[in-house]
Design a protein around this ligand. Structure first.
Ligand code: SAM
Length: 255
């Protein structure tokens, strides 16, 4: 398995950086409703638990959504992205907002599998919607790199696409059928189960909390969604066995 396979995505992300809307530039389209986006942001903030003392790394920053979200709550945010065009795009997007950021923000070119920082540089790190573009060996490298640059006892929060969800299984099955009929496309990001990722992250730290949310939710009445979320927080096994969304967060305490 090639450890530079992820580089074939670089031209794709350089091209995406030219797409007009900041959300479309990283997601291709706007499939998340505003409610689901708000839920995503709320969970990210609550699970990350940033404090005013934290130096934070955002690995794979795209157009800067996580920078905007965390900037009122942290001391410093360093964001990296391996696409130089995405880095420029991100800098241009945040520049007019910076006057009301509390955090000091810097955005650089850098690869999550070879982070350009010395050991124990950050208190916390976040990586949203990036690991699905890496093969298993590259994921190991990325997680080891993230653990290296976070101080012992610090927090890593990753977002993954969970195959073990209604949406994830439907998409995986549809891809399987498409592969039989048309063959595999040259670029395809990976759906894996949350258990697959948890096994990997246990090598670098302790899993502290998990949560799923996702694209089922726009189909659900809001009260039903709230009731499910409440049950899931009371009965953790429910969330473990039947996460209801393909978007999944894992919070890890670094060894
Ligand atoms: C789906 S976007 C997510 C961006 C942002 N985290 C967000 O949630 O809006 C994925 C981003 O990860 C970046 N990326 C992909 N592979 C990377 C790697 N190996 N190292 C650094 N960045 C990477 C891409 O250039 C792209 O900007």
């Amino acid at each position: 398995m090639n450890e530079n396979e992820h580089l074939k995505w670089k031209p794709f992300w350089d091209a995406q950086a030219d797409v007009a809307d900041s959300h479309e530039a990283v997601r291709g389209d706007r499939i998340m409703s505003d409610d689901v986006q708000a839920f995503h942001d709320m969970m990210l903030l609550a699970m990350f638990g940033a404090t005013q003392a934290d130096a934070v790394l955002d690995a794979g920053c795209g157009t800067g959504d996580q920078i905007m979200l965390f900037s009122p709550y942290t001391r410093e945010i360093t964001a990296i992205d391996f696409s130089p065009k995405m880095v420029n795009r991100c800098r241009a997007r945040i520049a007019p907002e910076e006057f009301h950021f509390r955090a000091k923000v810097s955005v650089k070119t850098g690869d999550i599998t070879a982070l350009p920082f010395s050991d124990d540089t950050f208190d916390k790190a976040v990586s949203v919607a990036v690991l699905q573009y890496l093969n298993p060996k590259e994921c190991d490298k990325a997680l080891a790199e993230l653990a290296r640059v976070i101080k012992p006892g610090g927090v890593l929060l990753i977002h993954i696409k969970d195959m073990w969800s209604g949406t994830g299984m439907m998409i995986t099955f549809a891809r399987f059928l498409r592969a039989i009929i048309k063959g595999r496309p040259p670029l395809e990001y990976q759906y894996r189960t949350h258990w697959w990722y948890k096994k990997k992250v246990r090598k670098v730290g302790l899993v502290e909390a998990t949560y799923a949310y996702g694209t089922w939710t726009p189909l659900m009445p809001k009260r039903m969604m709230a009731a499910i979320a409440l049950w899931e927080t009371k009965f953790r096994l429910l969330q473990e066995l039947f996460p209801h969304g393909k978007e999944y967060f894992i919070k890890i305490r670094i060894k």
